[in-house]
Ligand binder design. Structure first.
Ligand SMILES: Nc1ncnc2c1ncn2[C@@H]1O[C@H](COP(=O)(O)OP(=O)(O)OP(=O)(O)O)[C@@H](O)[C@H]1O
Ligand SMILES: [Mg+2]
Length: 508
């Protein structure tokens, strides 16, 4: 590594990038050594994904030098970068759940038989190659099955196998763990350590600080498009890392807010589900949420939390049980019915269920409120602008204007816009499914504070998060799911271990 006399495999110096005159990267450097895991850190919009895209030829750089193995490179496409030995899994992973694993590994570059066979795809070879590539990262699965039949962790590893070529020297992973639970993160880490052992240099972007310390050897920090520094992970404590990213200290956060918002437990439930379920998706269960109450939904990946949210919000129709709002039975034919009853669901998959990439930030934020108002009243452009600007300020969304197409915002800023869209409807019950995914440490704190404030004002919250510490911190009550079944409830103030124990007890 740095001091052992080994030369860096990849060295970037003086990298700059601007988009139509707006500077996004300035004089950025990055040094990677063979056999290291390097965390690239920074707040939402700091320029991490842009740096990766400049390095891999998605965008041309506006200046600077890139050297691979001591030689200057300037890839003009990800394919070219991959041929040079730089393999990348981008923040927005583009896999096709409805194709087989092997098809996903090879999509677009199938080995074909010769002219005599009319260039037909040679499936035998495709499947065999896919198996070999997956074996390299320790995955032994049936490659002919649909990708969607495997867990997100496996899908994530398929994306890595797809990116990895035989010649790979550098592997770049932009937020690979944002949709994984602890167990799955663990599996992915094993694979990464193994690749590091083979001499690969790995760049790893994440907003989970504990993962940085569990995995990486060195850390580079960007702030606002500029290079802040490079450290050995062992020599930069988490407080110092946060300060480097933010340019200031982060106010310490209490384990649990001294006072969670009070609510009237004897009032008619705002939402009450009785024996509600759907065959194959969710076992019949009861659920009760009061106005002003924050109910946490805990469980591992695939426990049924998202399925429950979708049933409550009219995205799926329950085939048994009853759903009541203010004590009256309701049947939602679609989400618009639910929105009009004052429900909101900020979904887990912002790319497929959330953002409309080509619409502006303004239009994206106004979208759900317009649905709540219905056709009786249309929001004027001025009203939409005022609304959007209010949330840009409240949530610290980083953008040059509310007219910017949302697809051009950084991942974390798109996520903030999704939260803004649903807060804008001023819902009576807000269902948040992994709301802080991809959001930086400081923004996460701000968003949780906003939510607590709204609960104080009477909004009910159903909070789903893989970050058990967050659930435990803010919930009045925790509903625990496992294998698409409710296994119990815990009072607020329960510890993370209590929750894990309840999940495990059920397992035993
Ligand atoms: N194609 C583009 N056109 C204009 N601006 C862009 C484009 N791509 C990125 N930007 C801007 O560059 C800045 C850096 O974005 P980038 O996606 O690199 O941030 P990031 O560090 O990856 O953040 P996150 O943690 O949220 O993923 C943002 O302000 C973003 O809006
Ligand atoms: Mg990014």
């Amino acid at each position: 590594m740095a001091d052992s006399g080994v030369a860096p495999v990849l060295e970037l110096t003086g990298i700059s990038k601007d988009f139509s005159g707006v500077s996004v990267l300035r004089d950025v450097r990055l040094r990677l050594y063979p056999g290291e895991i390097h965390a690239l850190m920074g707040q939402n919009g700091a320029g991490k994904s842009t740096l990766i895209k400049v390095l891999t030829g998605v965008f041309p750089s506006s200046g600077g030098v890139m050297q691979l193995g001591g030689e200057a490179i300037r890839p003009s496409s990800p394919q070219e970068a991959q041929k040079l030995g730089i393999s990348t899994v981008y923040q927005e992973v583009n896999l096709c759940p409805n194709l087989s694993v092997a098809e996903n590994v090879f999509a677009g570059r199938y080995p074909r038989r010769g002219m005599a066979q009319g260039y037909r795809i040679d499936w035998g070879t495709v499947n065999r190659h896919a198996e070999e590539l997956l074996a390299r990262i320790g995955l032994d699965i049936d490659v002919t099955r649909l990708l969607s039949s495997y867990s997100v962790a496996v899908q994530q590893m398929v994306a890595i196998a797809r990116a990895l070529g035989v010649q790979s020297k550098v592997l770049i992973l932009d937020e690979p763990t944002s949709s994984l639970d602890d167990d799955e993160v663990h599996k992915l880490f094993e694979v990464l350590r193994r690749l590091r052992g083979e001499g690969l240099a790995i760049v790893f972007v994440t907003h989970f600080l504990n993962q940085v310390y569990a995995l990486s050897d060195r850390i580079t920090v960007l702030r606002n498009g500029a290079w802040v520094g490079e450290w050995r992970a062992s020599e930069l404590g988490s407080q110092a890392l946060i300060a480097a990213m933010l340019g200031r200290e982060l106010a310490a956060q209490s384990a649990r807010p001294a006072e969670l918002p009070a609510f009237d437990e004897s009032a008619t439930a705002l939402l009450q589900a009785e024996g509600m379920g759907q065959a194959g998706q969710l076992q019949p269960m009861d659920l009760r949420v009061q106005a002003g109450e924050i109910v946490g939904l805990a469980g591992l990946l695939g426990a049924g939390r998202t399925e429950l949210a979708r049933l409550l919000f009219g995205l799926e129709a329950p085939d048994r049980g009853v759903l009541k709002i203010d004590g009256k039975t309701v049947k939602f034919a679609n989400p618009v019915d639910a929105i009009q009853q004052g429900l909101a669901l900020c979904p887990e998959e912002r790319k497929t269920d959330g953002i409309v990439a080509e619409l502006s930030l303004r239009e994206n934020i106004a979208l759900a409120l317009q649905a709540r108002l219905g056709t009786r009243r249309f929001l004027s452009k001025a009203e939409q602008t005022a609304l959007a600007e209010r949330f840009v300020a409240a949530l610290g969304i980083k953008t040059t204007s509310v007219e910017t197409p949302i697809g051009l915002l950084s991942g974390g800023n798109q996520q903030k816009a999704m939260i803004a869209r649903w807060l804008a409807t001023e819902p009576r019950l807000l269902i948040l499914d992994e709301p802080t995914r991809g959001i930086d440490v400081a923004a996460k704190q701000e968003i949780m504070e906003q939510i607590l404030k709204l609960a104080q004002a009477g909004m009910a919250v159903l909070f789903i998060s893989s970050e058990m510490s967050e659930v435990v911190r803010v919930a009045h009550r925790i509903v625990v799911l496992r294998d698409r079944r409710k296994v119990g409830e815990l009072p607020g103030g329960a510890s993370e271990d209590d929750v894990y124990e309840m999940i495990a007890a059920e397992h035993a």
